[in-house]
Write a protein that binds this ligand. Structure first.
Ligand code: NAD
Length: 344
């Protein structure tokens, strides 16, 4: 199996496994394709795509802003990009978010294709049609829903990633397993060494299963009115810890998942046995980080979380491995939980 259908209400889209060394020159030969990438990824594909038709951005989350978008719009205008063109985003989640946002707003929308190059973007960020940029320290607060025409995967890209980046991708895969698939969780528990050392067979199996989980959730609720909220498992605290502890996204989400697991146990929704199984595993693979910031600064950051609705927020609890329940909780309740976490 080399293709997956990930269409949703947002549009038709499929994922194809490709060889980037063969596919990129083909895409480059079409004069109405414009590439968007970052410096690091550009150095990996030099010679395969034309520099004059490529927007090369600085790498990193701090460039996922309206300023980054402005640079892309300017280059598009300079090249004379119009609605007959296709934008091709080549990079990690930052590039896929920037590409989706620019392509869906420039001239009220042009086609785009994503070529994700990190484990996190292959398994998560490129899938589902959400495109966001950060603004004024609020993460993903400005964005669009728009589906790429296709997503092209080559696992060979993963070999130049650091262990930290691989772990970040693994965190999102574990999240998909915890919210929807006990079988995938068992597989990762048994084979995490092989996943992190990029064993070809395991990476393909796990990434494809993970994409299928995300896509089936997005098919039911493309615009995050209910079902899709479960994809935020571990992210409420995770986003805050990225800011307060300066943790990488994956480690922050891992710690956020451990926190949500403990909260689920405390509320009597999850058994102690399953809760310990999850937390021990996150600990073992170094995804559950000790929290050192004071509880009130974490709480203040969570308060800014964009998912808040007046005095409540939607929080994703686990009922068992593979089953979630999204509940509205008050900020006061959350404050107590964060206080407990920091004191324990
Ligand atoms: N839109 C969504 O649904 C969604 C979902 C999850 C995450 N995200 C977003 O994704 C972003 C995180 O994605 P990410 O972890 O891919 O970050 P990233 O795009 O910043 O990439 C991480 C680093 O790896 C480098 N890199 C990329 N590919 C490489 C390769 N093959 N070899 C070596 N280095 C490479 C990049 O230059 C960067 O320095 C966040 O902004 C997050 O908000 C979006």
């Amino acid at each position: 199996l080399n293709t997956l259908d990930v269409s949703s209400l947002l549009g038709k889209c499929s994922v194809h496994q490709i060889s980037y060394k063969r596919k990129l020159p083909l895409l480059a030969s079409n004069k109405e394709n414009v590439f968007i990438t970052d410096q690091n990824v550009f150095s990996l594909v030099k010679g395969l795509i034309p520099q004059e038709r490529t927007v090369i951005l600085e790498a990193g989350e701090r460039n996922k802003t309206l300023n980054g978008i402005k640079k892309i719009y300017s280059k598009f205008l300079q090249l004379g990009v119009d609605r007959s063109w296709t934008a091709i985003g080549l990079g990690g989640g930052v590039v896929s978010d920037l590409t989706g946002f620019t392509a869906s707003t420039y001239m009220r929308g042009i086609d785009f294709i994503l070529v994700p190059t990190t484990l996190l973007s292959q398994t998560d960020a490129s899938i589902g049609g959400k495109n966001g940029v950060n603004f004024d320290r609020h993460k993903n607060i400005i964005g669009t829903f728009a589906q790429p025409k296709s997503i092209l995967l080559d696992f060979n890209f993963l070999h130049t990633l650091s262990q930290e980046e691989i772990l970040c991708g693994a965190a999102e895969i574990i999240k998909h397993a915890l919210i929807a698939s006990p079988a995938l969780f068992c597989k990762i528990e048994k084979m995490w060494h092989r996943l992190l050392s990029l064993d070809k067979k395991i990476v393909k199996r796990v990434v494809f299963e993970s994409i299928q989980i995300k896509s089936s959730i997005v098919k039911k609720d493309a615009k995050e009115k209910n079902e899709r909220r479960k994809l935020n498992f571990g992210h409420t605290l995770g986003h805050a810890l990225e800011m307060t502890e300066g943790l990488s996204h994956g480690r922050a989400v891992g710690t956020g998942m451990a926190f949500a697991t403990k909260m689920s146990e405390k509320k009597g929704m999850l058994t102690k046995k399953e809760s310990s199984r999850i937390i021990d595993f996150l600990q073992k693979i170094n995804l559950n980080h000790p929290v050192s910031s004071p509880w009130h600064s974490i709480f203040r950051t969570v308060r800014k979380d964009k998912k808040k609705e007046r005095e409540d927020l939607h929080f994703v609890f686990l009922k068992s491995i593979g089953k979630t329940e999204v509940q509205k909780i008050s900020f006061n309740q959350l404050k107590e939980y964060i206080y407990d976490l920091c004191k324990s």
